[in-house]
Design a protein around this ligand. Structure first.
Ligand code: GTP
Ligand code: MG
Length: 232
């Protein structure tokens, strides 16, 4: 999957508000996870926007308070990435939390054009009770779910493997459904892009042999850079 360009397409800021007009009838993938787990960072990395972030990132939990839609133009077609506000933000007042839940579930349950959800889980902690609730909810809705275990760079290689296996067991999922991801280093980016491409464009055949290398090269694009955590 080769990304050509990305643009902010609009947001849902109130329960019941519809997705932006431009997203209607277009395949969408949403990113779910607790506040601060790294949703916006993962989206930036996935889109090769680590130097000039498109999704706002913050060390303060609760940064993303709206459902943000990003239009992506790629070689296989156009699609939308949907950055959901994080749940489990302990310091948010109850009323605010209820409001968030109402419009996150409002969007997910309508989900007309939603082809899948990437559920983010912090690899260091594994799934929290809130994460498990989210996973159950997505299963209830029958939405295909993929798991990204975030901040993998914060663990040693050994710890990474251990925690990966543990999280897979707790979630009772197939290891193929999960990808360890580092927004900082870029680990997991290619794998996640490929898996998403399969979800977004199921009719498109996998390239064979020689072609595969070419596609892989092309999708690396301009993300080769050393960097620190993206600034807000
Ligand atoms: N080391 C490291 N830090 C990360 C990674 N991903 C995110 N972070 C940091 O974690 C913090 C939260 O990241 P965000 O991407 O804003 O998290 P979010 O899930 O979008 O948070 P909300 O918008 O509050 O729901 C920031 O300080 C990021 O720089 C990662 O893969 N590695
Ligand atoms: Mg965010």
């Amino acid at each position: 999957l080769k990304i050509k360009s990305v643009e902010f397409a609009g947001a849902i800021g109130q329960p019941g508000q519809p997705p932006p007009e431009s997203a209607r009838g277009m395949p969408q993938v949403a990113f779910s996870g607790r506040s601060n787990v790294g949703k916006s960072s993962l989206i930036n990395r996935l889109l090769g926007r680590t130097r000039t972030a498109i999704a706002r990132v913050s060390a303060t939990p609760g940064k993303t308070q709206e459902i943000n839609f990003y239009r992506v133009r790629a070689d296989l077609g156009d699609f939308f990435l949907v950055d959901l506000p994080g749940y489990g933000f302990a310091r948010a007042p109850e009323a605010v939390r209820k409001k968030w839940e109402a419009y996150i579930s409002g969007y997910l349950s309508r989900g007309e054009d939603l082809v899948g959800v990437v559920q983010l889980i912090d690899l260091r902690t594994g799934p929290t009770p809130d994460d498990l609730r989210s996973v159950d909810y997505l299963a209830e809705l029958g939405i295909p779910v993929l798991f990204a275990f975030t901040k993998s760079d914060k663990l040693t290689a050994t710890k990474r493997k251990e925690e990966f296996a543990k999280a897979v067991r707790t979630l009772e999922i197939d290891p193929d459904q999960a990808i360890a991801f580092s927004a900082l280093k870029g680990d997991g980016r290619e794998e996640l892009l490929d898996t998403l491409a399969g979800l977004l464009f199921p009719a498109v055949e996998e390239p064979v042999d020689g072609d595969a290398a070419a596609v892989e090269d092309a999708s690396v694009e301009d993300v080769e850079e050393d960097e620190t955590d993206a600034a807000s």
